[in-house]
Design a protein around this ligand. Structure first.
Ligand SMILES: [Zn+2]
Length: 276
């Protein structure tokens, strides 16, 4: 067994019978917006609960719409909300926010203590996480995984949207006022490329993992470079999302989360540099 490999210190979050709970969460991942028939565009926020025992938390279906009541949330904001466990989602970290209770504190982005908190929650084995998620739908579905070896990055063409997503976008366009359409249309514009990594975790016989980076920054980066296309955009993506992770001496971790429709498949929701 590798010297670095340890059993993850994961403690299961409280059960699904918990009622409405006020909580504070350090946001560490924000997914790209997806179409919603009722709100136009939704994101998922992922982070660490700061009050009470430190657990990973997922808030699904947060409006991404800047004109809605909720200010856009960015990574390393602290949000407070009243939430309850999502009864429709077996993943233990999934909570549903009560309407209009989400509040955002932006100043936490300069908070030095957050690096130490993330360090303490970094785990060693993606292999174990995938195995348990494949066995049980209510297994741990969020984790910060230390990367033992980064193998390569792939910049792929974005696939066509799934039929359910196209239906949601079309339904929203039919029912909502013209005022919001350009904003939501911009939010939902699919970028030309996606970014995926292949890496090894610290499991002694890691089978290697290929996971897509589903971070709103990947979409925003390409939206700011609309005049780029093809090879120049691919090169820019590699410059932004690969080379900083490859600097000598850096220790990298990936915040990973499983997909709701395929619990054994994980995406990378954020890249974290644990040691510079
Ligand atoms: Zn592994």
């Amino acid at each position: 067994m590798s010297e670095l490999y340890r059993t993850p210190h994961y403690e299961p979050p409280p059960g699904k019978d918990t009622g409405a709970t006020p909580m504070q969460v350090l946001v560490t991942g924000v997914t790209p917006p997806v179409p919603s028939a009722t709100h136009g565009a939704m994101t998922t926020l992922v982070g660490l609960r700061l009050d009470g025992p430190r657990h990973w938390i997922r808030f699904d279906e947060i409006p991404a719409h800047p004109l809605s009541q909720t200010a856009p949330v960015r990574r390393y904001d602290i949000v407070s909300a009243i939430a309850e466990p999502d009864p429709a989602d077996p993943r233990p970290e999934s909570w549903r926010v009560h309407d209009a209770t989400l509040r955002v504190r932006h100043e936490a982005r300069r908070w030095p203590g957050r690096a130490a908190i993330l360090h303490r929650h970094a785990e060693w084995s993606m292999c174990d996480l995938e195995d348990s998620a494949a066995r049980r739908p209510d297994a741990q579905s969020l984790a910060l995984i230390r990367v033992a070896e980064l193998r390569y990055v792939r910049v792929n063409r974005t696939p066509v949207a799934a039929p359910a997503e196209r239906w949601s976008a079309a339904t929203w366009r039919r029912t909502e006022p013209d005022l919001f359409r350009p904003v939501v249309h911009d939010l939902l514009r699919r970028p030309p490329f996606t970014v995926a990594y292949r890496y090894h975790c610290h499991h002694p016989v890691c089978r290697s993992h290929v996971q897509e980076l589903r971070d709103r920054d990947v979409v925003a980066f390409q939206q700011r470079r609309r005049r780029y296309c093809g090879l120049p955009l691919r090169r820019a993506l590699v410059g932004e999302f690969w080379w900083p992770l490859r600097q000598p001496g850096r220790e990298v971790a990936f915040l990973v989360g499983s997909r709701r429709d395929a619990p054994a498949r994980f995406d990378i929701l954020d890249t974290v540099i644990l040691r510079r």
